[in-house]
Design a protein around this ligand. Structure first.
Ligand SMILES: [Zn+2]
Length: 569
């Protein structure tokens, strides 16, 4: 049995994520996991909250909580909201877990033994007014590369360059706005990425199937030259810095930097899952213990690509241990809110919890998949959202399912009708369904989410076209046997739709499957249209479901635009 390991970039702990986060990593990872399970793969789909670092400390302080309690609560909230969207994680872990602490300390130990970590006296920015060292992302200033006036100390969001706080021109504290900053000496551990550059480049060269976006980002960073990166910080919340099983002298008040421990949590989450289930994590994560057969697919937004193609590989390759490396790296562009960015801090756009108050998860899953920011950035608009739900889900899919099941109930009772032989219209349909199933399977396999969703819609459209052409309501008056063939074929289409739609709209797919007495979760169909459309045995009980998708009214669009804004602010 083929085995697929799937991870999506870890959502940060401070609060509920917006739809852009869902669209750019968690949702496509889930769609793909559901598809591979339906195909019969053994799948391990992992995600976790990324819990360390200063933003968690500050958010906890703002909430009047100690940081451990804050993270525990926020983890639960993110877990529950993800489940409410149907995210089918096998495990949703925590980067603050004991397993990840041990792994992070292990990697640091091994890397130091290999001569890839050294202590340096660092000159860090200290805010005199804030009375603390300022972590990278709490210093902003002018980007030395592109002159963006609000580049962060770790990265410029405008040009994508990774930065050091001391690179910034005219820096200021994000906490207080103070420019009363000075640079002070403090000891830190450095990961010597410069020593790793050739090995990382060779590894990127060996992975030509990643796709254009991740490869171009990886080579951009390699071509610009890697720098040695500090992997510890003057903070209290995080993974303690150890050496030989004891706190490292001089590092008692420091922890590992969040970018060092967060990706290690992919393996940490596998260990958490194994500790909980009694399963074996090593056969998924260590190539000498079975993971050589595993295909590992990572999902992430483009802002995370550098960490997954350069920084994290430096840790893994540097350890010279047989950790499973990514095989397919799927990166997404941005989902924007009208012309501008979603913004957690500025409250622009819809957040995951708010979205579910408006409409069921399947509506969001459908819209965010068919408009996935795959080849380029895409913009959310309420008008486009309304159109996708009303046209695709309500008019095309929902209408077909209800129409044929209702017609069957009135003419043939609550069972799949018997009698009649397929004719030329059915032969034509078999051919079209075969073609589209083949394309759909290839697109899902190739993780082409937009194309897969469009292919899914194309399959749904076939149902309405077939009914229009075959006109069972007319045939029933003169030739009931002919009408029985048409209805039976259409009911087989309903069953097929439940199976092929399940990765994207799992809740509706389950209701559709139940309406025609099919098992759920489903298996993935073959690409033989004739076989798939002659499966349901005559006499099988079937029953029309309630209305599957309610249309979005214009008045709702007006109301939501007022509530959440419709224009970039
Ligand atoms: Zn820049």
């Amino acid at each position: 049995m083929a085995r697929t390991l799937i991870t999506s970039a870890l959502p940060y702990i401070n609060g509920v994520k917006h739809l852009g986060n869902l669209a750019g990593s968690m949702l496509p990872a889930d769609v793909y996991a559901r598809f591979k399970r339906a195909q019969g793969d053994e799948v391990l789909y992992l995600c976790a909250t990324d819990e360390h670092g200063t933003p968690a400390e500050l958010a906890a302080a703002a909430a009047g909580q100690d940081v451990a309690t804050y993270c525990e609560e926020q983890h639960r909230i993110q877990h529950d909201i993800g489940r409410a969207y149907g995210l089918s994680w096998d495990w949703f872990g925590r980067s603050s877990s004991p397993q990840n602490h041990r792994l992070t300390q292990h990697f640091a130990e091994v890397l130091e033994d290999k001569g890839l970590i050294e202590e340096r006296v660092d000159r860090m920015v200290y805010s005199i007014d804030d009375k603390r060292f300022l972590p990278d992302r709490y210093i902003e200033g002018i980007c030395p590369h592109c002159a963006n006036p609000s580049a962060r100390g770790d990265q410029c969001d405008n040009c994508g360059n990774l930065l050091d706080p001391t690179d910034l021109k005219e820096p200021y504290s994000v906490i207080s706005g103070s420019r009363n900053l000075e640079v002070r000496d403090t000891r830190h551990l450095y990961l010597l990425q410069t020593k790793m550059a050739d090995r990382i480049r060779a590894w990127v060269d060996d992975n030509p199937h990643w796709g254009a976006l991740p490869r171009s980002i990886a080579y951009k960073h390699l071509d610009e030259g890697l720098i040695d990166r500090g992997i510890t910080r003057d903070l209290a919340w995080g993974v303690p810095v150890m050496r030989g099983g004891f706190p490292r002298p001089g590092f008692e008040d420091k922890v590992f930097y969040v970018w060092f421990d967060a990706p290690i949590e992919y393996f940490g989450a596998a260990q958490e899952w194994a500790d909980e289930t009694g399963d074996d994590w090593a056969r998924w994560c260590l190539t000498d213990q079975g993971a050589a057969d595993v295909r590992y697919v990572e999902f992430m937004g483009k802002d995370n690509v550098a960490f997954h193609t350069v920084s994290f590989p430096a840790t893994i390759l540097g350890s010279e241990e047989p950790w499973k490396q990514v095989d397919v790296l799927k990166a997404f562009n941005w989902l924007n809110w009208y012309g501008g960015k979603f913004s957690t801090s500025k409250g622009r756009g819809v957040f995951m919890d708010q979205a579910l108050e408006l409409l069921p998860a399947d509506c969001w899953r459908w819209y965010l998949t068919v408009n996935a920011p795959e080849g380029s950035d895409t913009a959310f608009t309420w008008e486009q959202f309304q159109s996708a739900i009303n046209r695709d889900l309500a008019d095309v899919l929902g209408n077909f399912v209800n129409r044929i099941l209702k017609f069957n109930e009135t003419k043939f009772g609550d069972v799949v009708p018997a009698g009649g032989e397929p004719g030329p219209l059915e032969e034509k349909l078999y051919g079209l369904v075969s073609e589209r199933l083949k394309a759909l399977t290839e697109d899902f396999d190739g993780i082409e989410m937009r194309k897969a969703a469009q292919g899914l819609r194309a399959l749904w459209v076939l149902g309405n076209e077939y009914l229009q052409e075959a006109a069972p309501w007319t045939a029933f008056k003169t030739d009931p046997e002919r009408a029985a063939v048409i209805v039976r074929t259409a009911l087989n289409l309903v069953a097929l739709y439940a199976r092929v739609s399940a990765p994207v709209i799992p809740y509706a797919a389950e209701i559709i499957a139940q309406s025609v007495g099919e098992p759920y979760p489903p298996t993935w169909p073959s690409t033989n249209g004739q076989a798939e459309l002659t499966r349901l045995e005559p006499g099988r009980p079937v029953k029309a479901p309630e209305v599957l998708f309610r249309k979005i009214e214009d008045t709702q669009v007006v109301e939501w635009t007022e509530r959440f804004g419709g224009q970039p602010g």
